[in-house]
Structure formats: C-alpha cells, structure tokens
Design a binder for this molecule. Structure first.
Ligand code: GAP
Length: 447
C-alpha cells in the first residue's frame, strides 16, 4: 500500500466550504475579524454538537464506570499553583530582531532561521511565556482578585474527585468526563480552527489502582483510536504516536497522541496520558483534603493513578470535515451531462442535518404534504426544509452539507402518498410510502 499523502489543496477547499455553507465564520467579521477566533454557524453548531454527543455517548452513556461533570471555567490561582500550570504551562517564545515576528521556538523547522523574512541568527533569547489567560473577579483589579480562565477542563475533575466519589457510588476503576471550553493564549494560533485561543475539549479522567495504570493506558489508547474509526475516519489517515521523553508534559510519565493526516501533515487530535497520582497528590497537599480511595476489601488506602484521554472537540470536528470532503464526477441528475459534485461523506451521527425535506415546487398543494412529512420526521431527526431553486441544485447543496437523505415530495405524492428518498452517497432514489418513512430512515441514520 502506498503511504497516504497530505493534500495541501484540501485546506482552502474546506475553509471556503465552511464559510459558504455556514459551518464556521471568522469571529467579529464585520469589524475585520478578531485574531484567530471563530464562530460556528447554523450547520457548524450542529456538527460540533454531534461530535460532542458522539463522544459523550461512547464515554458516558454506553459505560457504567464513567460519570459526567460540568465545572466552572473561572478558577482561583490555587488550582493552577497546585496543578503546576502557573510554573510550567509555558511555551518558549522568540522574536525576530529583523522583522519583529514572534514564534514558538519548539515549532520552528530551523531554530536559527526566521520563517517570515529568512534572516539567520536573528532571534532573541527564548523567553518562557505562560499560556493562561488571567482576569480579575469583582470590581477591584489587583492582587487577591486574580482568576484564570481554565486552560484545560481536567483540573475540574481532580478538584471534584472527593465530591464525585462520595455522591456517585463509584470505585476505581472509574472515570469523570467533561466537555467544555478551555482557553490558552497561544503564541501562534493558526491553521483555521486547529489551534485557537478559545476552544472546546472533551476529557476523561479515569482513576485506577496504581498497579493497573499501564494496563488502562493501553486500553484507552485502543478505545480512542477505535472511536475515530467507528465514525468514519479513514484508517490510513489516523495513527497513534508515542511521545519521546522530552515531549512529555510536566504531569505525564507516558503519552500517546492520536494523529490525523491534515493538509499540512500529521498533527495531534487527542493525547492519551498516564498522569499517575500527580494531580490528586498535588491538590491534596495544597488543599489539605484527603484525595484517596479506601479499598475496604483489601483494607488499603491509596491515591488512584489517572489515565486521561484528552481530545479537542473543535479540532476534531474540523478533522471530520476534512476526512469527509470529496469531489467527484457525476452525471447531472435528470440530465445527460457530467458535472463535479462536492459531497461531505460524514457519518450519519455527525451530519448536521440527517434529512432534508424538499417539495418539488413551491406550489401550495405541495407545501401541505411536505410540512406533514417534516412534522413526522422532526421529533426524531434534525431536518432541513428547502423549497427554493431547482431540485438538482438543492441536492447539491445538501451534498455539501453532508445530509445523508433528501426526501422529495412531488405531485405524484398527492396520489400515491409516497415520497422519493435520495441517498447522498450513491445518489440512488427509492420511492417510499410516507407511512413507512420513519421505519425506512431510522435504521439507516442511527447505525
Ligand atoms: N488535559 C490535558 C490536555 O489539555 P492537551 O494535549 O494540551 O492536553 C488536549 O490538549 C487536546 O485539546 C489536544 O489534543 C487538542 O485536540 C485540543 N487543544 C489543545 N490546545 C488547543 C488549541 N489551542 N486549539 C484547539 N484545540 C486545542
């Protein structure tokens, strides 16, 4: 098998599609945009929600050993002193003395050459730059009022370990899962929503008896790879890469990244880390609370070790878009000539709309049955409704949104009480009685 190649042209195609179809807009665009921040539009918000729902379903709903949490974003310095983020959550920053551009030293292809102006040996000494956003709670700015926007959701799980243990009747091995926004003052945000200062994470902290840490680490590496594959990521564009010792975060004794072959090359989607008892021990020391588990059967008290699969929701949504994007030559539907169609072959779970209801024309006699079909489907699936333009163009629009099925209500529907169901991928069309529509679509959309 030939090695898969990165496709640099794909990047602009996906970014353009995101803007054109309402997935992602540059934030504050009417004011010229705002520094690599983005807003999720009408279909982007659905895709992102579906990614998060798919994660929650697999990590919480389908398990008996994981519970959820939604912790505060604003957090006191004590948390970040204990976690080590105030001291260690830094990136090395250099400035080019010639062109005054700023870079992360560890991301430069050649640490002696400025990628912007090409100057050699023009960098300042590296300075450690802390990535946390600081602000002030209350009306008075100053010492004592400082708070931080969390740079990871993980600490919320550690500081609530005791609360969850006491209220959920769980015992190790068990996990706490959380999805939410995190904030990092990245030196070089970029590659669209890949690296931004405000982003969403999906993290699990899985607490295990210390001796079982290595086994559970392997388990979560396998589980997490399978999650992406089950949702349609091509196997040859996904890999698991173990960190070298010098790459490890300050809390980790072992980390593997799930990487995807982006248009610019292999890059991280998720990190699975063995955090040992680092975090619980730090918070126990700092807070004076006992963050331990007492195993009554063994008569043993211990601080659990933690295995952490930590994924980015926004980054992962973008990777799914890139993996789904396809252009193909097809015969124009209803006519002889060929054309190129763009289609997002998104897994039905991820597709923003599952079904589009399309009356063949705007004529009032079709609107009533089309609305009836819509009302039948809406309680079960996220639906779109579109009655403008020629039907072929509406199919193409739905292909670009990744909608798995289009349901067309035509004049024959008035007599045969049936509709045409068009499949996004094969473009095959089936005539289905309206009364059987739910049974027809249900199994195809919830697989
Ligand atoms: N609690 C561990 C932790 O936060 P991380 O590797 O720094 O680990 C986990 O972050 C995931 O969060 C990354 O794999 C990535 O998907 C996402 N992520 C991190 N920084 C990001 C950023 N600036 N923009 C978008 N996603 C980011």
């Amino acid at each position: 098998m030939p090695e898969p190649q990165a496709d640099p042209a794909l990047f602009d195609k996906v970014v353009n599609l995101c803007k054109r179809r309402g997935f992602v807009f540059p934030s504050a665009e009417i004011y010229g945009g705002f520094r690599s921040t983005y807003d999720y539009g009408p279909v982007g918000v659905l895709l992102l929600r579906n990614v998060k729902d798919a994660w929650w379903r697999s990590m919480v709903q389908l398990r008996h050993d994981v519970v959820g949490l939604d912790a505060a974003i604003l957090s006191p310095p004590a948390i970040w002193e204990a976690s080590g983020h105030l001291a260690n959550f830094t990136d090395p920053l250099v400035d080019c003395k010639k062109c005054h551009e700023r870079f992360r030293l560890d991301k430069l292809a050649d640490p002696e050459v400025c990628p912007n102006c090409g100057s050699e040996h023009s960098f300042t000494e590296a300075r450690q730059f802390n990535l946390m956003f600081k602000t002030y709670a209350g009306p008075v700015e100053g010492k004592g009022a400082e708070v931080y926007l969390r740079p990871e959701t993980a600490q919320g799980m550690f500081v609530n370990f005791k609360n969850v243990l006491e209220t959920s009747r769980k015992r190790p091995p068990f996990g706490i899962a959380q999805i939410g926004k995190s904030f990092r003052n990245e030196i070089t945000p970029g590659n669209f929503v890949f690296r931004t200062r405000e982003f969403e994470q999906m993290e699990l902290e899985y607490f295990v008896p210390p001796a079982d840490g290595p086994r559970w680490y392997e388990y979560w590496c396998r589980e997490r790879m399978q999650w992406y594959l089950d949702l349609g990521m091509p196997a040859d564009r996904l890999r698991l890469r173990a960190h070298d010792a010098d790459e490890l975060s300050h809390y980790s004794v072992g980390t593997s990244d799930v990487e995807y072959l982006f248009p610019w090359g292999w890059d991280e989607l998720e990190g699975i880390a063995n955090r040992t008892d680092y975090d619980l021990r730090q918070h126990a020391e700092r807070s004076g609370e006992r963050l331990e588990y007492f195993d009554q059967a063994a008569g043993e008290r211990y601080i659990p070790h933690v295995i952490e699969p930590a994924a980015g929701a926004t980054r992962t949504a973008m990777a799914f878009l890139m993996a789904a994007y396809a252009e193909e030559e097809v015969a124009r539907e209803g006519q002889g000539q060929g054309e190129t169609r763009t289609v997002l072959r998104l897994h039905p779970r991820l597709a923003p709309y599952k079904v589009a209801v399309l009356p063949l024309s705007k004529k009032p006699e079709l609107q009533a049955p089309a609305n009836e079909v819509l009302a039948q489907l809406q309680p079960h699936f996220m639906c779109d409704y579109d009655e403008t333009q020629a039907i072929g163009r509406r199919y193409r629009r739905q292909d670009e949104l990744g909608t798995p099925y289009c349901v067309t209500v035509d004049f024959d529907s008035l007599d045969d009480h049936a509709v045409t169901v068009r499949d996004r991928d094969s473009m095959a069309q089936d005539r289905v009685p309206i009364k059987d529509l739910l049974d027809h679509l249900g199994p195809r959309l919830t697989a």
